[in-house]
Design a protein around this ligand. Structure first.
Ligand code: NAD
Ligand code: DAU
Length: 340
C-alpha cells in the first residue's frame, strides 16, 4: 500500500505459538506474501508449536526461546525490520494465584525487547489490552478511548500497564519507533481452554457442566481474533510513531448471554450451568471506542456476526479434540481448587 510508512520484510513475532500470536502469523503468511516471520516463543503451558502447522518453511523460522534472554533477543534483532510483541502471561485467574511469572514475562520481558529495539533501531509494535483502563459501570454509556486513565485491577492487567508505560518512555526518551494497541476480548480458534468461551465449549464436549462467575452480568467487548490481526498490521505499517490505538469491534455482551448462546448452539438447556465463586477484583465491564483506528487508518472488522463466529469456534473445538483433550483435566482441577 502506498501510504505505508513502514514496509517490513522481516518481522519477529513474540508469542507466535499462542492464541492471538499464531492467528497473527497465519494472517501475515496468508495476506503478506513478501514478509518473512521469525517466531520467538518459550512454549509455556499456553504455547503450542502445532498452532503454526501448515506454514511453509520458507515463510517462517521458529525459535524456541525466552523474551527475557537478552543475548538471544539481541541476536534475532540484528536481522529484523520490525517486532510485534504478543508474548505474555495472559490469564487473569492465573495472575491472582501467582503473579510472579506475570512480572517476569510481561514487565522484564518487554524491557529486554525494548533495549534490543533501542540498540538496533527496530520498529516496535506492542500488543496490549483494554484491561489497563480498569472497568466501567454497567449503566455508564462511556467507552474506553486512548485518553482514558490507566487503572488496572489485577496482577495481569497491572503488569500489562507497566509494559505499556515502558514502551511510551522508550519512545519518548530514546526515540524507539514504537506503537501500542489495546484490544478487547478475542475469540476464535486455538484459544487456550482456560479462557471463558473455550472452557465452556470444551466442558460441554466433555460432558461437564459449564461455569459462570459471580452474577454473570460482567460485560466483555468481543472481537474475532482475525480482526485483531488485520488491525495490528494496519498499525504496524501505517500507524503514527509514539501513538496508541484501541482495537474493538462493538461486541459488548454480558457473560450469561454469551454462555446461553453457546449452550443453545450446542443443543443444551439455557440453564445448564453452575454458578461458581466470583473472581476477586472482577472487572465489571469493558467497552472500546475504536474511532481513532477506524478514522485514521480506515480499519473495519470483517467478523461482525457474533453468532456465526461462535458457531465456527464451536466447530473448531469439536473438530480438534486432540488439540485440547490432554490439558482438560488439569485445567478443570486447577479451577475446582479455587471453587470455580
Ligand atoms: P496466550 O497465553 O494464548 O499466548 C501467550 C504466548 O506467549 C504463548 O505461546 C507462550 O508460550 C508465549 N510466552 C509466554 N511467556 C513467554 C516468554 N517469557 N518468552 C517467550 N514466549 C513466551 O496469550 P494470548 O491470549 O494469545 O495473548 C497474546 C497477547 O495479546 C498478550 O500480550 C495479551 O496481553 C494480549 N491480549 C490478549 C487478549 C485476549 O483476549 N486474549 C486481548 C487483548 C490483548
Ligand atoms: O479484555 C482483554 C482481556 O481479555 C485480555 O487482556 C486477557 O488476556 C484475556 O484473557 C481476557 O481477559 P478476561 O479476564 O476478560 O477473559 P476470561 O476469558 O478469563 O473471562 C471472560 C469473562 O468470563 C470474565 O468476566 C470472567 C468470566 N468467566 C471466565 C471463566 C474462565 C466465567 O464466568 N466463567 C469462567 O469459567
Amino acid at each position: 500500500m502506498s501510504d505505508m510508512r513502514c514496509a517490513p520484510k522481516r518481522i519477529i513475532v513474540t508469542g507466535g505459538a499462542g492464541f492471538i500470536g499464531s492467528n497473527f502469523v497465519h494472517w501475515v503468511v496468508d495476506h503478506q506474501p513478501d514478509v518473512h516471520v521469525t517466531v520467538l516463543d518459550a512454549l509455556t503451558y499456553a504455547g503450542n508449536r502445532a498452532n503454526l502447522d501448515g506454514i511453509p518453511e520458507d515463510r517462517m523460522t521458529f525459535v524456541h526461546g525466552d523474551i527475557c534472554d537478552a543475548a538471544l533477543v539481541d541476536q534475532l534483532m540484528v536481522d529484523a525490520d520490525a517486532i510485534v510483541h504478543f508474548a505474555a502471561e495472559s490469564h487473569n485467574d492465573n495472575s491472582i494465584i501467582d503473579p510472579a511469572p506475570f512480572v517476569r514475562t510481561n514487565v522484564e520481558g518487554t524491557f529486554t525487547l525494548l533495549e534490543a529495539a533501542r540498540k538496533h533501531g527496530t520498529r516496535f509494535h506492542h500488543i496490549s489490552t483494554d484491561e489497563v483502563y480498569g472497568d466501567l459501570a454497567l449503566d455508564d454509556p462511556a467507552r474506553f478511548t486512548e485518553d482514558s486513565p490507566y487503572l488496572p485491577s489485577s496482577p495481569y492487567s497491572s503488569s500489562k500497564a507497566a509494559s505499556d508505560m515502558m514502551v511510551r518512555a522508550w519512545h519518548r526518551t530514546y526515540g524507539v519507533d514504537a506503537t501500542i494497541s489495546n484490544c478487547s476480548n478475542n475469540y476464535g480458534p486455538r484459544q487456550h481452554i482456560e479462557k471463558f468461551i473455550p472452557r465452556q465449549i470444551t466442558n460441554i464436549l466433555s460432558g461437564n457442566r459449564t461455569k459462570l462467575y459471580g452474577d454473570g452480568l460482567n460485560v466483555r467487548d468481543w472481537i474475532h481474533t482475525e480482526d485483531h490481526s488485520s488491525a495490528v498490521w494496519e498499525i504496524l505499517t501505517r500507524g503514527r510513531t509514539g501513538e496508541t490505538y484501541l482495537i474493538g469491534a462493538d461486541g459488548e455482551r454480558n457473560n450469561i448471554d454469551v454462555l446461553r448462546a453457546i449452550l443453545e448452539a450446542m443443543g443444551k438447556d439455557a440453564d445448564d450451568f453452575d454458578w461458581v465463586r466470583d473472581r476477586p477484583g472482577h472487572d465489571r465491564r469493558y467497552a472500546i471506542d475504536s474511532t481513532k483506528l477506524r478514522r485514521e487508518l480506515g480499519w473495519q472488522p470483517k467478523h461482525t456476526d457474533f453468532a456465526q463466529g461462535l458457531t465456527d469456534t464451536i466447530q473448531w473445538y469439536t473438530d480438534h479434540p486432540e488439540w485440547w483433550r490432554d490439558a482438560k483435566e488439569a485445567v478443570e482441577a486447577k479451577y475446582a481448587a479455587q471453587g470455580q
